[in-house]
Design a protein around this ligand. Structure first.
Ligand SMILES: [Zn+2]
Length: 471
């Protein structure tokens, strides 16, 4: 029995640790005796983890109802075969014979902070307008509100008034995102902005595990452990993979919010369903068409580049790309180059490195790196690039969003590939021109035939700039 477990037995800490959660026994860090007392006094209530009735099956944690994602395993206790859910297995096995536990004990009264915001910055007029709408949604307890803000608008700062309003009322808040990079980047900023508030960041491999703070930052997967916990739920990058494709994440978000709660959605590239709801007047929303520094978004240039695959196989680059690479407007800028596949970015790294070494643009091959999702040095390489230790970084779509570098040119190769959908291309273009010191990085889409996504992405950027000019 460790000290953590003993401390947990204080009634207030118990309530803070367990209320608003729906957990497996192994996720409840309590001495056995304490656990059984809570059960016998009905402060903890077991509920079935898998509903299996009349031929229909449902995992209560992730909402999965697809039989394909259920399998059977022989139970070590009762020697029978039990169903388990494969869909959310990475969060620990949910099975028929083990219940989930929900808290039924004393309610937690989160502190009402009179003046929680310790951030001293100032919002731009466009940010202030959006911030006021989001704050109003919280104060008036609207079910939802969406903030459509261009990449680089300074979304997190716009949230501060809404979070402040919630904290003043003693509410509990979660800020979730499908992208772990977003959570990692936001955590220190929120810690700074709300210094007297308890905050934790939850994601696979994070140092925080307890999840018992008033303000929780989490990947959307982590919301699966919560149940009717949050008065205000903020979902940043709501259109990002895998959230928009994975029904269980939307289910988890719905389950984690209280029945009477406000959900704030943030996005630079809302998908069809949200755009339709906005158009029909079913979703309150606010636009922020201008970046925080007041400059317009860089508009992507389109250039034809043929035979990329065969050129790379011959250790060559398409002419148009090579020409651009050698004649950039501002060679001081770092380079962010996107490719559709890991195999291709590895080849690109090799060929571009050779070229840049030959022309003296870099002096050592280490100044150029390739990065992808499963790369074990992913974080280190991104950090090196951020510290300007790298001249160029070649990447898959993992860096399409959630990362900010002050001064980069952006190129997309094979921009017509299916991984580069409209949202991805808008986000990628949004990596350029982020800083007030260099607001106009180049963005070039190299393609061998314009796709719908390329046209729509470019149009979305032009439309936002039109709106921005009016401000
Ligand atoms: Zn499940």
């Amino acid at each position: 029995m460790n000290m953590d477990k003993l401390i947990l037995c204080s009634p207030r800490l118990l309530a803070e640790s367990l209320s608003g959660k729906r957990l497996l026994e192994e996720e409840i860090s309590l001495p056995e005796k304490c656990f059984h007392v809570l059960l016998s006094t009905k402060q903890l209530i077991p509920i079935p983890a898998i509903e299996n009735q009349k031929g229909s099956v449902k995992c209560i944690r992730c909402g999965n109802t697809s039989k394909y994602y259920f399998s059977e395993y022989p139970c070590g206790i009762c020697q029978q075969k039990h169903l388990y859910c494969r869909n959310c297995i990475q969060m620990g096995r949910i099975s028929e014979c083990k219940p989930l536990y929900i808290w039924n004990g004393a309610e937690v009264h989160w502190p009402k902070h009179s003046n929680p915001l310790t951030w001293e910055g100032k919002l731009t007029p466009a940010q202030s307008n959006a911030a006021a709408q989001l704050e109003k949604a919280v104060i008036e307890k609207l079910p939802a509100c969406l903030c459509w803000a261009v990449c680089g608008a300074g979304k997190s700062e716009m949230l501060f008034p809404a979070i402040t309003a919630a904290l003043k009322q003693g509410k509990r808040i979660a800020l979730a995102s499908p992208r772990v990079d977003v959570i990692r980047e936001l955590f220190p900023r929120l810690e700074q902005a709300f210094q007297d508030v308890t905050i934790e960041a939850l994601y696979g491999g994070s140092e925080h595990k307890a999840g018992k703070s008033q303000l929780i930052l989490a990947t959307t997967h982590q919301l699966m452990r919560y149940y009717q916990a949050f008065d205000v739920l903020i979902i940043d990058e709501v259109d990002a993979f895998p959230f928009y494709l994975d029904k269980s994440l939307m289910y988890a978000a719905k389950q984690a919010a209280k029945k009477q709660s406000t959900t704030l959605y943030l996005t630079a590239t809302p998908r069809k369903n949200f755009r339709l709801q906005m158009k029909l007047g079913k979703l309150p929303h606010v636009f922020v068409p201008l970046r925080y520094h007041g400059h317009l978004l860089p508009v992507p240039k389109l250039k034809l580049a043929f035979h990329l695959t065969s050129q790379l196989a011959n250790k060559k680059l398409p002419n148009a790309f090579q020409k651009w690479l050698m004649n950039r407007q501002n060679p001081q800028r770092q380079l962010l180059i996107f490719g559709p596949k890991i195999s291709m970015i590895k080849e690109l790294k090799e060929v571009i490195t050779l070229l840049l070494l030959q022309t003296g643009a870099i002096s050592a091959s280490e100044e150029l790196q390739a990065v992808y999702a499963a790369d074990k040095d992913r974080e280190a390489k991104i950090k090196q690039f951020r510290n300007r230790e790298l001249h160029a970084l070649i990447t898959t779509t993992i860096l399409e969003r959630g990362v900010t570098f002050p001064s980069v040119d952006v190129a997309v190769l094979a921009a017509g590939h299916e991984v580069f959908n409209e949202a991805a291309l808008v986000q990628i273009a949004g990596r350029a021109g982020r800083s007030a010191d260099d607001p106009s990085g180049e963005v070039i889409f190299f393609h061998d035939g314009k796709t719908d996504a390329i046209e729509k992405a470019r149009q979305m950027i032009l439309d936002m700039n039109e709106r921005g000019k009016k401000l």
